[in-house]
Structures are given as C-alpha cells and as structure tokens.
Ligand binder design. Structure first.
Ligand SMILES: [Ca+2]
Length: 219
C-alpha cells in the first residue's frame, strides 16, 4: 500500500512538473523578429601601402575616396582595382592597396545581427570601435578568400561600422554581407517535452490506482 501511495505521489509530482514545463516559459531562444537594421552606404578611403601590414594595421599614403553600397561584393581578381572606381586617375593598383570604410548602422530594437566579410588578403570589422571579425593575415597567392562571420548583440540606436581591408598578393576581393534581420531572445515553454512528462505522470497515477484494489483484496 505504502509503495503504491509512493508511486501515486511520484506520478502526481511528475504530472505537475510536466504541466509546468509545458506552460512556463523557461528556456531562452534566439528567434527572428520583424525588425530590420538600416545601413548607410560605406564611405571608403583608399590607401597605397608600400609595406606589408602588421598586427597594428597598415600605414600608407591616402589615394582617394569612394563609396560602397550597404552590402557589397567586389571581386577584382587580378585586374587593377582602380578600374571600378569612378573618376580614377591614379595607377591601377592590383597589389599594395588597402581601404578603411565607415558606415552607419541603425537598429530600432535591441537584438542580434549577423555580419560576414570576405577579403583576400586581410580584413577587420569593428562596431563602435570594438573588433568583431579579425582576419588580418596575408593569404597565399593560390588560396581562396579569407572570410569571417559573426553574430553580435546590437543595442537599439545608431552605431558605427568600420572595415579595414587590404590586398597584398594574388586575387583581390572585398565583400560585406548581412540579412539585416534583428534576432531577439524569446522565453519559451516546451509543450512537447511537458506533454511527454505529464503522460508519464498520468501513467504512474493510473498504475497506482489500478493496482490498489487488487492488492488490498489479497491482504
Ligand atoms: Ca589577395
């Protein structure tokens, strides 16, 4: 009898926990919201860099300014980069060139956004001065692009994106991408797990109740 009572109360406790898990939002999940970030065009400053960049960055002489779209993909291959810049009148740099680009980012709510950058060779992405993607190395001539992707928390309001990029050897490629969707943390219950646990509880209660009469008759 005592054993069956115990089974009954265990079943009852399991049932209550199951219902709680099904109903109470206890686990955090990152889900897409309906909000999008806005990004301005990039203001790009180009530099001629005679010396190989170091961990600190690159030093060079300013060439000119240009702009990029909010998200961009430029693959110059081994063609002179200059050819795609409007009003160009200098050189035709295929190597020894870098840029520092800045764009404004606005998000209407706190959330998470992913960014991806591609470069051959080095690239660093900063948000509000904080380094979030670091691919600052010369890749070998025959290798593909250097790329990095990160999901970062961005608070509601305006922020500054800064992109450092350089081309040293081989192909030249520069890209920045994001789907602009703001993801948010949502607390969720787990109805399926809760239902499963509740069923176990109900089964234990039934077991205790069904077995009780036959046992009591025997005793
Ligand atoms: Ca390269």
């Amino acid at each position: 009898m005592d054993f069956l009572k115990t089974v009954f109360w265990i079943g009852f406790a399991v049932l209550v926990s199951g219902v709680a898990i099904a109903v109470i939002p206890f686990k955090e999940e990152i889900v897409a919201s309906n909000y999008m970030i806005e990004i301005s065009n990039w203001a790009v400053s180009w530099y001629y860099i005679p010396l190989e960049p170091t961990e600190e960055g690159f030093t060079g002489s300013f060439l000119r300014n240009s702009t990029f779209e909010p998200t961009f993909f430029h693959n110059w291959g081994r063609e002179p980069i200059i050819l795609e810049l409007p009003g160009a009148q200098w050189g035709g740099f295929q190597t020894n060139i870098g840029f520092i680009a800045k764009a404004k980012l606005y998000t209407p709510i706190d959330g998470y956004v992913w960014f991806e950058v591609v470069s051959g060779d080095g690239v660093r992405l900063y948000i509000d001065g904080k380094l979030i993607i670091d691919k600052w190395s010369v890749i070998e001539e025959w290798q593909g692009a250097n790329s990095g992707r990160v999901t970062v928390e961005v608070k509601a309001g305006e922020h500054e994106l800064e992109l450092w990029w350089y081309q040293w050897v081989g192909d030249a490629i520069a890209a920045f991408d994001t789907d602009r969707k703001v993801m948010v943390v949502e607390n969720k219950s787990d109805p399926i797990a809760g239902m499963g646990i509740s069923c176990t509880g109900v089964a234990l209660i039934f077991l205790a109740k069904i077995r009780t009469p036959s046992k009591s008759k025997k005793s």
